[in-house]
Design a protein around this ligand. Structure first.
Ligand code: B12
Length: 458
């Protein structure tokens, strides 16, 4: 569910503006939807929320900026009012996306804080000038005003989704409701953009406010809640306090988070999570080899990965183990080490996801490493369309073959291929109707068995 766009809409409305959200998620003809919305009514500003640049899939890359161009062109054809871009993708690569779309302004980071200021400036006819948290093009020159750390306001944590989007269409596709307990990330992973998007210092929400937000969602019928923090369980004490506050409220909700770090997982936290109503966690270990974990600068070692597996095995909470093969330091040996870990340490009732290749983002340490190793010749601007890193010490196709073999032996394993199956959306809808609730990966084995039975398992 488009939490960012809804937050921004609500903040703009709270600032006294009249706002309409046009959600293109389920539109069969997005161009037509835009045309009809802009013909019906005059707007003073059009904001566009662009979440993803690409699908992070090296084997079958999808580049979403290509899809964005005709949409922006349609807006331009129908109105001369300013267009403002926002969303995670803009914070990751503002210059490249502004250049590609020909739009002259974007908001960086916390849109619910910055966008009302942008609107105020426009309504007064003032230049955006040195407003923090924007990037713009002036006389052909790209300029970026770093976002001042404006804190993280709890005010817009749970936008009134029903007012902005078609909530039932999301629910019927097993979508979860995103909720943040903080912003910021203090990890230094060599490939990652999280610090660029949310900053490198934590901005923590009051744990009780988070629990109250979950209660508000539950009372409006939204019970499948996904924590979308960069890393849910760091800082540990904060995650613990959030889970304790949730457990005290005894909500009928089902919680999950796809970004749990093995450094800060122990029996106590998992136990409180279970009491709070967690139904699944994603453990983003990436690798079980020290050499690769060091190359990815994960800040933990294979010892932590094994310890986390032991902790998980002692509890009931389902866990999806997330791996990313091919990073700096990866060799045939290290790939085998990680697969060995997955085959021997992960419970059959859990699941494992394998991605191959690491998306290279501009300005990351991975970009530097790739250039030093001579495996990256694309310019920084060319990194907008997806470019991936695979360690020069291992062949990507060899990894693919090995992963394929592991998938054949282990019905609880998945790869990017599993996400690309055309009938995934159908499985979601069918599952929901049959009473299954997210996360769907808990049913990986049954789904794959069913697909294998009808000859459609990858
Ligand atoms: C949690 C998360 C997930 C969860 C989402 C769960 C859920 N229920 O929503 C899961 C694990 C499922 C996931 C999946 C994917 N993700 Co993800 N995800 C994130 C993460 C960590 C947080 C997203 C979030 O909800 N943030 C909180 C909200 C409030 O922030 P926001 O949406 O950015 O909105 C704010 C601003 O952007 C801005 N804003 C937003 N819209 C607008 C509009 C206007 C007009 C303005 C002015 C401002 C504005 O203001 C908002 C409020 O502050 C980000 C990284 C990050 N730290 O941002 C990656 C991120 C968004 N994901 C990314 C990717 C690639 C994916 C996948 C394609 C990966 C894959 N191979 O499957 C899928 C795509 C899923 C999809 N359908 O879109 C990339 C996108 C960049 C890129 N390369 O395309 C990111 C940035 C991570 C990265 N690699 O850098 N993801």
């Amino acid at each position: 569910m488009p939490v960012g766009a809804c937050m921004v809409a609500e903040a703009a409305e709270r600032a006294g503006h009249s706002v309409r959200v046009l959600d293109l998620m389920f539109s069969s003809d997005p161009l037509r939807a835009i045309e009809s919305a802009l013909r019906k009514k005059h707007y003073d500003i059009v904001g566009v929320s662009v979440r993803n640049i690409d699908n992070n899939d090296m084997r079958e890359p999808a580049f979403y900026i290509t899809d964005l161009l005709p949409l922006v062109d349609a807006i331009r054809r129908l109105t001369r009012v300013p267009i403002i871009l926002g969303g995670a993708s803009l914070t990751v690569m503002p210059e490249e996306i502004l250049h590609a779309t020909g739009v002259s302004c974007s908001v960086l980071g916390d849109g619910e804080v910055v966008f009302p200021f942008v609107l105020e400036k426009f309504s007064k006819g003032e230049a955006l000038g040195d407003l923090p948290g924007i990037a713009y093009v002036e006389n052909g020159e790209f300029k970026e005003n770093p976002s001042a750390s404006m804190g993280f306001s709890d005010e817009f944590m749970t936008p009134q989704y029903h007012r902005w989007i078609d909530v039932s269409s999301y629910r019927s596709r097993m979508a979860t409701v995103p909720l943040q307990t903080k912003r910021g990330c203090q990890f230094q992973c060599s490939y990652c953009t999280y610090r660029k998007i949310e900053g490198s210092t934590y901005r923590l929400s009051d744990p009780q406010n988070v629990a109250n937000a979950a209660a508000r969602l539950a009372s409006s019928g939204l019970r499948d809640i996904e924590f979308v923090d960069s890393v849910f369980n760091a800082p540990y004490d904060h995650a613990m306090a959030v889970c304790e506050a949730l457990a005290r409220l005894r909500l009928p909700s089902r919680f999950q988070s796809m970004d749990v770090n093995p450094l800060f997982i122990d029996n106590e936290l998992l136990s409180v999570m279970e009491h709070a109503g967690f139904v699944g966690i994603g453990m983003t270990v990436e690798s079980a080899s020290d050499q690769v974990l060091q190359g990815l600068r994960k800040g933990f070692t294979s010892r932590h990965v094994h310890a986390a597996a032991e902790t998980v095995r002692r509890r009931r909470l389902p866990c999806l183990w997330i791996f990313m093969l091919g990073g700096p330091g990866e060799t045939e040996e290290t790939v085998k080490e990680t697969l060995r870990f997955a085959e021997t340490q992960i419970r059959r009732q859990d699941a494992a996801f394998f991605a191959i290749g690491v998306r290279i983002y501009p300005g990351t340490e991975l970009e530097t490493i790739a250039r030093q190793q001579g495996v990256l010749s694309a310019s920084t601007a060319e990194l907008l369309s997806p470019v991936f890193y695979v360690s020069p010490d291992v062949d990507g196709l060899w990894i693919e073959r090995l992963v394929k073999g592991a998938l054949q032996r282990n019905m609880h394993f998945m790869s990017a291929v599993s996400l690309n199956v055309p009938y995934l959306s159908l499985i979601h809808r069918l599952g929901y109707r049959l009473g299954f609730r997210p996360p769907l990966w808990r049913f990986t084995r049954s789904i794959r068995r069913g697909l294998r039975f009808i000859g459609m398992d990858g």
